[in-house]
Design a protein around this ligand. Structure first.
Ligand code: ATP
Ligand code: MG
Length: 411
């Protein structure tokens, strides 16, 4: 129907040995804007189909040389005409003949003498259904192409990241030997440069590792190394790792966790990474003097949550989906002073989902952000028989506190 970007009228091939029927059909269909081609038997019908590729065929059954059943079978046996709509219009309206027409591949059936108004509606309906079918086919094909391209991208990223990591390890390793004066005595200036090389190398390695992990998740190749994980341990490890960052940023940071923290089945490295990503974000995007809290809570029959709250710059509702996209960063000017490439949150989301969990972000510009990661009940080892039902959490005794500002810590 599409020709050079313009929509041509649908073309219909009428195959009937009765010249009067052909003539009447032509008049009725042309009157309705269709282009009409005529054939007087199945053999000519086949030939004209190959020549014109019409959008639909109206086919009589009883014809010399090749009847309508044979024509249907022939068209259905070729891939290019396997799906073309064929409306059989015949005076053979007994049940066995109708069944035979459908068996031969007819799309629909109408008896003669045809009611021309109904014929027009039937033709339009079949053409519309065919158009929908073709569109669906196109969409499926486009989706498959996009998925293949995405897989190729993920494979490329995974390979490239792997290749980049090897030289980076050499850069980091040798620069640290230089910094530590293991091989040669160096001047202070040389050591300063070696430190910069090491820091930059580690920074680049962290980015490459994030890209590699994201590519692996997208290619379904990131597997969790699952074991029994003590939530208390990962909370204290993650907290220690950001403690220094919080102190330097003058943020009051503390983690709050129940006295007997739960144990879960999960990947301890990935769970720690989730906490560190959320905590570094909270600290990065909070002004000096602000507050960051990591809260761990268990819920009766609803798993457990890690909740990272900050009093920072926050995000609007529209900005949250952007933040969750790979390389998505909110450019408020304020936060662009911060380092990072925008991979932490999308990776965190995927790592949480790999654990069967969910991530929820509540945020308000100028007020702060709360990110809640929920791990499902199945991940918990001890069942919370001692917990109250509902949403009431059995929390919260501060087990770690890293204040740098006594007044803020008390607030
Ligand atoms: N707690 C938060 N408060 C305000 N904005 C945030 C917060 N967390 C994330 N964002 C916004 O979402 C963006 C994406 O976060 P994400 O962690 O993915 O990237 P990043 O921290 O900029 O870089 P990376 O994590 O790769 O080092 C951030 O750049 C920031 O604009
Ligand atoms: Mg981040």
């Amino acid at each position: 129907m599409e020709q050079n970007g313009l929509t041509a009228p649908p073309s219909i091939l009428v195959v009937d040995d009765d010249p009067v029927v052909c003539e009447v059909m032509r008049a009725a269909l042309q009157n309705d804007g269709f282009e009409v081609i005529e054939a007087s038997d199945g053999v000519e019908g086949c030939r004209l189909y190959e020549k014109h590729h019409p959008d639909l065929l109206l086919v009589d059954i009883m014809m010399p040389h090749m009847d309508g059943y044979e024509l249907c079978r022939k068209l259905r046996s070729h891939p290019e005409s396997a799906c073309v709509p064929i409306l059989v219009v015949t005076s053979l309206d007994d049940l066995p003949s109708i069944a035979r027409a459908y068996d031969a591949g007819a799309t629909d059936f109408m008896s003669k003498p045809a009611n021309w108004a109904i014929l027009n509606y039937r033709v339009r309906y079949i053409l519309r259904a065919e158009e929908l079918r073709r569109n669906e086919g196109r969409l499926i094909a486009a989706k498959e192409v996009a998925e293949a391209a995405n897989r190729a991208k993920s494979d490329f990223l995974a390979n490239m990241s792997h290749e980049l990591r090897t030289p980076l390890n050499a850069i980091i390793g040798f620069s640290s030997m230089l910094s530590d004066r293991i091989l040669w005595p160096l001047s202070d200036r040389q050591i300063e440069y070696a430190d910069i090389i090491g820091t930059s190398g580690r920074h680049l390695l962290a980015i490459v590792n994030d890209i590699l992990d994201l590519a692996k998740v997208d290619a379904d190749k990131l597997l969790l190394a699952e074991e029994k994980v003590d939530v208390g341990e990962i909370v204290s490890l993650g907290s220690q790792m950001v403690e220094d960052m919080a102190r330097r940023a003058q943020i009051d940071f503390a983690s709050e966790i129940e006295e007997r923290p739960p144990q879960v089945i999960g990947d301890p490295a990935k769970l720690t990474q989730i906490l560190i990503n959320l905590l570094t974000n909270a600290i990065k995007f909070t002004q000096p003097g602000g507050r960051v809290r990591l809260k761990v809570a268990r819920y009766a029959h609803r798993g457990m949550t890690f909740r990272v709250e900050d009093t920072g710059i926050g995000m609007s509702v529209d900005q949250i989906p952007v933040a969750l996209e790979p390389f998505g960063q909110i450019d408020t000017g304020l936060d662009r002073k911060r380092s990072g490439v925008g991979l932490g949150l999308p990776l965190t989301k995927r790592l949480v989902e790999l654990h069967g969990g969910t991530i929820e972000i509540e945020s308000e510009p100028g007020k702060g952000t709360i990110v809640t990661v929920r791990l499902p009940e199945e991940r918990l080892l001890q069942k919370p028989t001692d917990l109250r039902t509902g949403d009431q959490a059995a929390v919260v005794a501060a087990s770690a506190r890293f204040p740098n500002d006594a007044s803020a810590a008390g607030s």
